[in-house]
Each structure stands twice: as C-alpha cells, then as structure tokens.
Design a protein around this ligand. Sequence first.
Ligand code: ADP
Ligand code: MG
Length: 172
Amino acid sequence: MLLPNILLTGTPGVGKTTLGKELAARSGLKYVNVGDLAREGQLYDGYDEEYDCPILDEDRVVDELENQMSEGGVIIDYHGCDFFPERWFHIVFVLKTDNSILYKRLETRGYNEKKLKDNVQCEIFQILYEEALASYSEDIVHQLPSNKPEDLENNINQILKWIEQWVKDHSS
Ligand code: ADP
Ligand code: MG
C-alpha cells in the first residue's frame, strides 16, 4: 500500500514531537525526528557557539533519509524545512503557538535568555511558515494551532482523515 510522507515543522517548542509521535502511533506511519537522527549518526558540520548547538550537515541528513522517503509513509519532525527535497512531501504542517504559551514552554526547557527571545521572535515573524511556503507548493502547506490539548486532538483527527483520503485516492 502506498502511504504519504508528512512534514511537521515549526519553531522549537510548538509541539512537533508530541504530535508526530502520537500521529505515528495512531496511523501506523513511521516517525523520524531529524534532530535525533543527526545526533545518532553525528550528521554535523561544525558547531554554533552563539546558540551552543551543533550545525546540521543537511546533505548527509538528506542522503540518510532518501531511501525511506522514496518508500513513503514517513512523518518527519524538524524545525527547518528548506533543505529537504520538495518531492519528498505530500503535505506540510506548520505548527503555531501563541507567544506567551511558547515562552513558558521554552522557559521550562531551560533555554538561555537569548535562545528564548530568538525562538519567540522566530514564532512572531512566522519564519518557519514563510520557509515552508518558499520551499513547497503553497496548496500543500497548512498551519495548525498548537496551544492546548484540544488542539492536539483536533490536529491528529484532521491528519488521520487526510491520510485515509490520500490512501483511497492512491490505491487502484
Ligand atoms: P517541539 O517538538 O516542537 O519542540 P514538543 O512536542 O516537545 O515541541 O512540545 C513542547 C512542549 O509543549 C511539551 O511540554 C509538550 O507537552 C507541550 N505541548 C505540545 N503540544 C501541546 C498542545 N497541543 N497543548 C498543550 N501542550 C502541548
Ligand atoms: Mg521536538
């Protein structure tokens, strides 16, 4: 059976991992966290001193994922989306969280003041939404609210319905 590939993106803290794991559990699709994948394979290309984090080797990440993406049925979770091949994804969801809620979530994570401010700014300016629109056909890019548990449940149900329809449309 042919299955779609789904991209979950958005500012750190908006709820990509929470949604991605739950969606995988309920759809049978495979969940891939690109941050974890990079850590496990040490797919890095230098270190960012200012943000105190390693820099992703985007080409190696793409190479690493190419086979399973061409098979289909993968949910990708990452706070960036401009380096994945456009052809990989059948749908793109950009999660969106209110500033004050995001601020609290990132504070709980122990982010330093600069990282906190930069990430909330990233959300205010809809950087990831713009990046998604610049990287994928705009009719496959959707924003999803991600503030409360009810949003999570709604998002999951909506995406499950979309998957079901996609599978129907692609079976012969
Ligand atoms: P990301 O993977 O985008 O960085 P996470 O999935 O780790 O975000 O979520 C960040 C925090 O926000 C977690 O504590 C998670 O439980 C919480 N969270 C995520 N989605 C929701 C939601 N819809 N309602 C309430 N809290 C949420
Ligand atoms: Mg995450």
